[in-house]
Write a new protein. Structure first.
Length: 309
């Protein structure tokens, strides 16, 4: 061990770069790189700390170890910073966990305070049958449209709706056609299934099935958004980290990731694992400010984005 430790500061940036590149470039295509794509970004930072401590103690290799730490911090989003401006259109995305941690009155009050034009909720098949009616009553002025367990509420003029089934049980993309500032706007609300990363060791076949099902669901979403003309927002708990081919396919089909363009910091929307898996992508609109709100009303955090034409 004593022979190899001096190389630790040098090996660390190489390992971090290789691990991150495999998750980014190959991602979901193989099971090992799928796991790398879903590794909590904070882990890469923590892996750099032993090398930095060793280099500081030995008095050499500190520059390389610090470079590895900065690389990991950048990849994890800790150095992410974008200029922000207020926008005229406000859209919030939130997985509400079936309302298990909040009353409809409290959820309605919190959402109302955001002054959002469009609210995209997921896991909105509430545990209490009366929850949705009470939530709607707490949000006067909003019209609600549902498809399976996704719910869209909007105070913009509603021109039409459509539902596109996603492969698997109880999954659908909810398409709403709205009017904002005199122009049509399409909003797609979706919640693809999660990849069962926790099954990697005990049941790799389950991991593979969940990956393939989610890939088929994302194929429907990308095809739908490509065929839809005009300004468009795709938002939801997409269960997709901001790296890998699946994420790039969504970005190419729609447009920029709102948080990537107008957010700050890592933007963890699923803080239990330190992951950003809830997104908004837009076409024909420019995200001017994106924030992950520090709510503790669910296992997810809301993503609030402001847009300009």
């Amino acid at each position: 061990m004593r022979v190899h430790l001096p190389a630790l500061p040098l090996l660390t940036p190489v390992l971090v770069a290789i691990g991150w590149a495999l998750g980014e470039l190959i991602g979901e295509r193989t099971l090992p790189t799928l796991l790398l794509a879903y590794v909590p970004p904070l882990l890469w930072v923590l892996l750099c700390l032993p090398a930095l401590a060793w280099a500081a103690w030995r008095g050499r290799g500190r520059g390389v170890a610090l470079a590895a730490l900065l690389l990991a911090a950048w990849a994890a989003g800790f150095l992410h910073w974008r200029p922000q401006q207020a926008g005229g259109l406000r859209v919030v995305t939130f997985n509400v966990l079936g309302g298990e941690r909040i009353t409809p009155a409290e959820l309605g009050a919190r959402l109302r305070a955001l002054n959002a034009d469009v609210i995209l909720l997921h896991e909105a098949r509430f545990h209490d049958p009366a929850f949705e009616a009470q939530l709607r009553a707490a949000l006067p002025g909003y019209r609600a449209v549902r498809a399976q367990e996704v719910l869209t509420l909007t105070r913009l003029p509603l021109l039409g709706t459509d539902t596109r089934p996603l492969p698997g049980l109880n999954r659908a993309a909810l398409v709403t056609r709205l009017r904002w500032e005199g122009h049509p706007l399409t909003v797609v609300n979706a919640h693809p299934g999660a990849v069962q990363v926790s099954a990697a060791l005990r049941d790799p076949a389950r991991l593979r099935r969940s990956r393939d099902l989610r890939a088929a669901q994302l194929d429907v979403l990308t095809a739908l958004t490509r065929r839809t003309p005009g300004p468009l927002i795709l938002g939801g708990d997409l269960n997709t980290p901001p790296r890998g081919p699946a994420y790039r396919a969504l970005r190419q089909a729609v447009g920029p990731d709102a948080f990537q363009r107008a957010g700050r910091g890592p933007g963890w929307t699923y803080p239990g694992l330190g992951l950003r898996i809830d997104h908004q992508f837009s076409r024909g609109l420019r995200a001017s400010r994106a924030r992950v709100l520090p709510w503790t009303l669910s296992d997810h955090r809301p993503l609030l984005v402001e847009y300009r034409p």
